[in-house]
Design a protein around this ligand. Structure first.
Ligand code: UFG
Length: 337
């Protein structure tokens, strides 16, 4: 059964390709390699013994995307990861973000409809909730106006999918709202490959631990949280990848109750930045040099997921303990030096 994975050489995409292959799916990756490299295919092949088919395609190119679908008109489901994802960069380059993230989804949907692909899983984000008034957030927590063009593209893409699913009952969509994906494959063959200075906590932290950077700046210790640092729901990337497989299975088996569904994909547990540093030190025995600095503009104080719906409806649950996730992130950092 053929699954088209856009952005399949990226961080979450590559881990999902591994899980799909291990479940026996045939995977075709479409990626323009703008934020990933072709060597990821070697890592996937080393883990699964199976090299996925790769298509170098810019999905903002309508003709190229149509041609991709005509080469793969037996695709049974799509996982659409391909997108630009740096919050700060999106503030500086709003047009690039809107053009890339919206046009690629639109072109993929045109292709999906032309080939009558019945299922699509979309990478959404807990960013759609902003700073929620009540925690944990459920799928019914109201969405808030986005803080960044990046966040806005996630909201707009969710809305595009909702409108298209409404008029096309044969298209079944699941939007997975990821919390904070971290970690790497336990084999240390694939992981996150930040280009330049990392924006996100874990790649920055592991680079400090490895001596590549001098110190981790902890953005704020004056939040209204037990230790004053900000709280997030950190989800292991392999657990997250598995959520895509069960979402695909739900669509292919026609178990979805509506043709347009949302699920929170997190652990249900919030951890502060300082708790993460301590957990990393405990897990690896490596000390992290850090310093408290002022809050980062645009950051929310705290968010974590209510994952009841995903647990009960998808039969999925995050299971990897945080120490194991952080050990995997460290192993990957050491392997990729
Ligand atoms: N942090 C630090 N120091 C750093 C980097 C991060 O203290 O060097 C803190 C942040 O202030 C935040 C936490 O670590 O409190 C997590 O920060 P990340 O940058 O790793 O993740 P964010 O929660 O800011 O952003 C993530 C995704 C976005 C997504 C957002 C949704 O990276 O794509 O969650 O809320 F939009």
């Amino acid at each position: 059964m053929k699954i088209l994975v856009t952005g399949g050489t990226g961080y979450i995409g590559s881990h999902t390709v591994v899980e799909l292959q291990q479940e026996g799916f045939e995977v075709v990756i479409a990626d323009n390699l703008s934020n990933s490299n072709i060597g990821v295919l070697d890592g996937i092949e080393q883990i699964t013994g199976n090299r996925p088919l790769f298509e170098l395609v810019d999905l903002t190119d309508a003709t190229a995307t149509r041609d991709l679908f005509s080469r793969h008109d037996d695709t049974r489901a799509i996982i659409h990861f391909a997108a630009l994802k740096a919050v700060g960069e999106s503030v500086e380059k709003p047009l690039e973000y809107y053009a890339n993230n919206l046009n690629s989804l639109i072109n993929v949907l045109v292709g999906a409809r032309a080939c009558q692909v019945p299922g699509l899983v979309f990478s959404s984000s807990c960013t759609v909730y902003g700073q929620a008034e009540t925690l944990p957030v459920t799928e019914n927590t109201p969405r808030r106006a986005a803080e960044s063009p990046y966040g806005n593209t996630k909201m707009m893409c969710e809305d595009i999918l909702k409108d298209v699913a409404r008029v096309d009952p044969s298209l079944n969509v699941i939007a997975l709202r990821y919390f904070n994906p971290i970690g790497a494959h336990p084999s240390a063959r694939i992981g996150e490959l930040p280009v330049g200075v990392p924006n996100n906590l874990i790649p920055y932290l592991t680079q400090v631990a490895a001596g590549i950077r001098e110190e981790l700046r902890v953005f704020g210790d004056d939040y209204n949280t037990p230790d004053g640092s900000a709280i997030r729901d950190y989800i292991d990337v392999v657990d997250l990848a598995r959520a895509h497989v069960v979402a695909i299975q739900r669509l292919l088996e026609g178990k979805n109750t509506r043709n347009h569904e949302y699920f929170n994909i997190g652990t249900g547990r919030g951890l502060s930045v300082l708790e993460i540093i301590r957990a990393f030190e405990r897990a690896t025995g490596v000390k992290v040099n850090y310093r408290i600095v002022p809050r980062r503009p645009g950051d929310i104080e705290k968010v974590w997921a209510d994952t009841t719906l995903a647990n009960e409806t998808l039969g999925w649950k995050a299971t990897t303990p945080i120490e194991e996730t952080l050990r995997d992130a460290w192993r990957w950092q050491q392997a990729s030096r």
